[in-house]
Design a protein around this ligand. Structure first.
Ligand SMILES: Nc1nc2c(ncn2[C@@H]2O[C@H](COP(=O)(O)OP(=O)(O)OP(=O)(O)O)[C@@H](O)[C@H]2O)c(=O)[nH]1
Ligand SMILES: [Mg+2]
Length: 461
């Protein structure tokens, strides 16, 4: 059965100077001709009047483009109309298209057709979704790279290597008399499997930081009540995202701000001030807030401890057993490379200085109130965020890719163990590894993951 011809607005919803409508399917050429009353040349913009087939009245005037399949986004015949982005135009156009035999597209249906017609593979479909969702420069670059097929090429390269590994193993099984003795098979296939394992593992490890580009880096702002955490987050965000007051325990829940730090998307979490259960005097809401703050600190990529520099006498007192407000328990949340912001520097005694040369942390004097030191703090934070995220080369940007490589690695490990004793088992393991890698691009059947991937698409994509 031939596919339906489908249509949708490809550009964003709402009023706009121009809106782009896409029509894809076997009837696209005929429908376009009926709408504009003439043949349109392929791949040439034509200025046309779109007419209502019912009475010939003009719906709107705009540009029409025709892409004959398979050289189109979906691989089918595709017509694109750039019309005025008005609801009235859209309604009249949709009615006309429906009367000519097309139906509205479902979410992601254009891309699904592109996948079915092998215009894109699965990793590229995901990259397209990521590109549409990208907020920062690095997210955009990463998505574009994967859309160009960087990951797909890598994954296919591994699969080819595996096939080469499998050849001697299978020959040994099929022609045991003519084949090499098992030890010779192992000598040939073994090193190749080991090499592949190494490159998969290296790639796997590198991908941890690449995923940070897609998912964003998480930063937790922690510290005692009233230290100025919310003030700092507001200063970073450039807006009053969190309530600031001189009442200790103002922030209860986690308040998030999203920042673009040097092209890396960062989620900065303002948290409840950390104090002892005794200090909270049975306030269950604050207790829950402190619990959430600690959990966020543990899970974050970067922690920033904010202390009130006008209160803490010196660094030495802080680190030697902690001070009343910043107990050891709070300091213990920090990991090497995290930051300490000495806030309220404007109020700190003028003789105070920060001797931080040997500190495991990046420590900076800041005044969230006056803005002094904020530029240096932002620089340091940006450096840390970009250090967490790596944008070079192809990467396993999604959990699905990671699972596929993990599966392949496990199969290769079994293959290595079996290779001398039972080459037929090793061959089967190598086949399973190739299958797992094939899931990345969809070279093997992946019906089960399609729903999940396409659920993130909206109509018109
Ligand atoms: N002088 C001075 N005051 C500051 C500075 N930063 C914050 N403050 C003041 O300190 C008080 C507490 O600020 P917040 O930002 O609410 O502190 P917090 O750490 O979020 O407090 P909790 O949410 O209660 O844990 C407010 O009165 C701020 O105006 C600063 O750099 N200098
Ligand atoms: Mg606060």
């Amino acid at each position: 059965m031939a596919a339906d011809t489908i249509f949708a607005r490809a550009s964003g919803a709402g009023r706009a100077g121009v809106a782009v409508y896409r029509i894809s399917g076997p009837d696209a050429v005929r429908i376009l001709k009926q709408l504009v009353g003439k043949e349109i040349a392929q791949r040439e913009a034509a200025y046309v009047a779109i007419r209502d087939p019912a009475d010939g009245s003009v719906i709107d005037r705009g540009l029409a483009l025709l892409f004959a399949g398979p050289k189109s986004f979906t691989g089918e015949d595709v017509a694109e109309l750039s019309l005025h982005g008005a609801r009235s135009v859209e309604e009249a156009l949709y009615a006309a298209l429906a009367s000519l035999g097309a139906r509205p597209a479902e979410a992601g249906e254009f891309t699904l057709r592109a996948l079915k017609n092998a215009k894109l593979d699965l990793a590229q479909v995901e990259a397209l979704a990521d590109l549409i969702d990208s907020e920062t420069t690095l997210q955009r670059k990463q998505a574009l790279g994967q859309l160009d097929g960087r990951l797909s090429e890598t994954a296919e390269g591994w699969r080819k290597e595996l096939l080469a590994v499998m050849a001697p193993l299978e020959a040994d099984i099929d022609f045991p008399d003519e084949g090499d003795v098992p030890a010779a098979v192992a000598a040939r296939a073994g090193p190749a499997i080991a090499r592949l394992k190494t490159s998969l593992t290296t790639f796997f490890n590198q991908s941890v930081s690449a995923r940070k580009i897609r998912e964003g880096v998480s930063i937790a702002i922690i510290g005692p009540p009233n230290a100025g955490k919310s003030s700092l987050v507001n200063a970073l965000a450039g807006s009053e995202v969190a309530i600031v007051s001189d009442i200790a325990g103002t922030t209860r829940d986690i308040v998030e701000a999203r920042l673009d730090l040097g092209g890396v998307l960062a989620t900065v979490a303002d948290t409840a001030g950390l104090r002892s259960v005794a200090g909270m005097a049975g306030d269950v809401i604050e207790e829950e807030g402190v619990k959430r703050a600690k959990k966020r600190a543990e899970n974050a990529d970067i922690r920033v401890l904010v202390v009130d520099a006008s209160e803490v006498v010196s660094r030495e007192t802080l680190f030697e057993g902690g001070v009343e407000n910043v107990p050891r328990e709070t300091l213990a949340l920090l990991q090497p490379g995290d930051m300490i912001v000495w806030n309220k520097w404007d109020k700190a005694s003028s003789a105070k200085s920060l001797e931080t040369a040997h500190s495991p942390y990046t420590e900076l004097p800041v005044s969230a109130k006056t803005g002094a030191g904020m530029a240096a703090f932002l620089d340091a934070l940006t450096q840390k965020a970009t250090g967490e995220a790596n944008s070079e080369g192809p990467a396993l940007t999604r959990a699905r890719h990671v699972a596929a490589v993990e599966e392949a690695l496990a199969a290769l490990t079994r293959a290595e163990a079996n290779i001398e004793r039972a080459p037929e088992l090793a061959a089967e393991d190598a086949r399973l590894a190739a299958r797992a890698l094939g899931k990345i691009t969809g070279a093997v059947s992946v019906e089960d993951v399609l729903g999940e991937i396409f659920s993130s698409f909206c109509i018109g994509k």
